[in-house]
Design a protein around this ligand. Structure first.
Ligand SMILES: *Cc1c(COP(=O)(O)O)cnc(C)c1O
Length: 605
């Protein structure tokens, strides 16, 4: 090969797929410097994987006693290699990478590739001045998997949108000439396409429901590689399922995240989200205004694991700052738009506090959905969802999702040993080292779902995929209808107050415009004159509104929290959660607006 075949890229923070794909297609021979003979090490995984994809890999390692690694003789340095290789792949720390990159130039290689966590800008510049192509802080195994569609098994965001079956083929295969991929697809496009390429075997355009428990192994070695997390693929549907992984990639894409783990419910998403961060005795700082079920889950049930939750008013930055100073605080947790009060959280303020404390900010984005608010754009590190609500959207499928931004550095200290220390259940593999910015999502599947077991059913994933396709349209109408209802209630004599951040009279109006510019959702509360009894009478007179404990349905829903969802809480907790005696919660659906208002009108009469 000659370097003229290769595309050029000078932005080492954002490599276009055409750049990475061009390199992986053109290269045939690779010298892997620093590869370990120990099969537990990530470098050994990568070598084995690249061999399986048809690359000739020459191990270079002056420090090992072994004569061979994975069937190839070991060389002490690049000068000893029997031929000139196309690419030098560097598994050494960033300082050592400089010298090796210079040797690669002298050797006559066309590409210098530095592994995940390895970056040397000066060496990259020198190599590029000699016409070489350079990739830094990436793993060729992960990139190859991503571009060939394999990565979807763990819900990683491949950033690939295509209406063609995956064709990224064998090493050195330059015969394919797909058209230009979309460079920056819009929200609606991603809501319909992300994760869902046509089925590779049948061409099925809709995502099939893979109603299977397990997946065959090619041979004993393939099975072992899968179990060791050396190869990406499906083993057993408790850990991953191809239908669910389409939904995972879809949600990761809509949130702008690196990957997602779907779960059986929103509550199990919260459990799976916290598992990688928490040890017994650790704390989280959470909002007093969480969904009622979350307050019970965090405050009582998580206690049984030794996880301690400190609830604070997230509008009070001093209280939050004090709380994160407590010993062993591992995360800050809040809802972007709080259920049920229609309260908007100042995400950027929380991010600043969490960042100073060196801990991740986790945002429950259920009520806003990524159509109205994308917490990653305001600094959140992790997003959780109850997909039961607006994402599935039709009141027919339970589900949850944990989305990782990929930006939190788990390896920077010892705060998160699940991700930064060897995992005994996987032969001492270190998730943060092996999977880089995919570590948290990999852990979610390989440990969270494997050991806790709250897996989303493939049929629910299918229904939720269908829901996401119309998310933008539905949310526009939800918000439009909610605004009309809130305005109507605000003027009604039997209504004492309306807590909807879309109303200019709301104390959250300005902050809602910042974080939710397209509207403040469609779930809000109002206070009825006459208190507890009037609240119950109102609910019982509704004929179009359904009296039930859910939100985010096409149907309009009504609930009296004090007598239902929040009845397990103390009076003080109820007040703090915005669920006092006179409070009614509405989730405005997609029926004709005249009919929605007529039903409220007769119920309030
Ligand atoms: C419903 C809900 C949950 C819990 O989700 P489930 O799917 O019911 O387990 C968590 N957070 C918020 C904001 C919710 O509305």
């Amino acid at each position: 090969m000659t370097q003229k075949q290769l595309p050029v890229c000078v932005d080492h923070d954002h490599y276009p797929d055409s750049y990475i794909g061009g390199i992986l297609r053109a290269v045939k021979t690779i010298a892997m410097v620093g590869v370990s003979p120990d099969w537990h090490r990530p470098s050994n995984f990568a070598m084995k994987y690249l061999q399986a994809k048809g690359y000739r890999v020459f191990p270079v390692n002056p420090a090992t006693e072994e004569a061979e690694i994975l069937g190839e003789p070991v060389y002490a340095n690049l000068q000893e290699l029997p031929e000139t290789v196309d690419m030098v792949d560097i598994f050494r720390h960033s300082d050592a990478a400089g010298l090796i990159a210079d040797e690669a130039v002298q050797h006559g290689a066309q590409v210098v590739w530095m592994q995940l966590g390895v970056r040397n800008n000066a060496a990259a510049r020198r190599a590029e001045e000699h016409g070489l192509r350079v990739v830094m802080n990436r793993c060729p195994k992960i990139e190859y998997s991503r571009l060939s569609g394999e990565l979807s098994w763990h819900g990683f965001n491949s950033n690939q949108i295509t209406s063609r079956r995956h064709t990224f083929g064998a090493a050195g295969d330059e015969s394919q000439s797909p058209g230009e991929p979309l460079s920056n697809p819009g929200f609606e496009t991603r809501a319909i396409h992300a994760g869902a390429t046509p089925d590779a075997v049948t061409g099925s355009r809709a995502t099939p429901i893979f109603q299977t428990t397990a997946y065959v192994f090619d041979d004993a070695d393939h099975a072992a590689s899968l179990f060791n997390l050396q190869t990406f693929g499906n083993i057993y549907s408790r850990l991953s399922n191809p239908t669910t992984s389409v939904l995972e990639e879809r949600i990761a894409s809509l949130e702008g995240g690196r990957g997602a783990t779907c779960t059986a419910s929103g509550h199990s998403a919260q459990l799976v989200a916290l598992l990688p961060l928490m040890e017994a005795g650790d704390r989280i700082v959470a909002s007093t205004r969480l969904y009622g079920g979350s307050i019970t889950q965090f405050g009582k049930t998580f206690r049984k694991f030794g996880w301690i939750c400190e609830f604070v008013d997230m509008d009070d930055s001093h209280a939050v700052r004090d709380a994160v100073q407590l010993p062993r605080v591992k995360a800050v947790f809040a809802e972007s738009l709080a259920n049920p009060g229609g309260v908007v959280t100042d995400l950027e303020m929380l991010k600043a506090i969490a960042e100073t404390a060196g801990i991740p900010l986790i945002i429950d984005n259920t009520m806003a959905t990524p159509y109205l608010c994308r917490p990653f754009e305001h600094g959140a590190d992790i997003v959780v969802h109850s997909t039961t609500k607006f994402l599935s959207g039709h009141g027919n499928s339970m589900g949850g999702a944990v989305v990782d931004s990929g930006r939190f550095d788990w390896m920077q200290n010892d705060l998160f040993p699940s991700l930064s220390q060897p995992e005994p259940a996987y032969h001492g593999l270190v998730f943060g080292e092996t999977f880089g910015d995919l570590a948290y999502t990999t852990y979610g599947h390989a440990v969270g779902l494997r050991d806790l077991g709250p897996t989303m059913a493939p049929l629910n994933a299918f229904l939720t995929i269908m829901g996401t396709e119309t998310l933008a349209l539905r949310m526009q109408r939800h918000v439009e209808n909610a605004m009309q209802v809130a305005t109507y209630l605000n003027d009604h004599p039997a209504v004492r107050w309306v807590s909807y951040a879309g109303l200019p009279s709301s104390p959250y109006y300005q902050i809602a415009k910042h974080y939710l510019p397209q509207g403040a959702g469609s779930v809000f509360t109002f206070g009825i004159a006459g208190g507890f009894d009037a609240g119950i009478r109102f609910i019982e007179r509704c004929n179009l509104f359904s009296h039930l404990a859910n939100i985010g349905d096409t149907r309009s829903l009504a609930l009296h929290p004090a007598s239902t969802t929040h009845r397990q809480l103390t009076d003080k907790q109820r007040q703090e959660a915005g669920a006092g005696d006179d409070v009614l919660r509405l989730s405005i659906g997609l029926e004709s607006i005249e009919d929605i208002i007529a039903d409220l009108d007769q119920a309030l009469a």
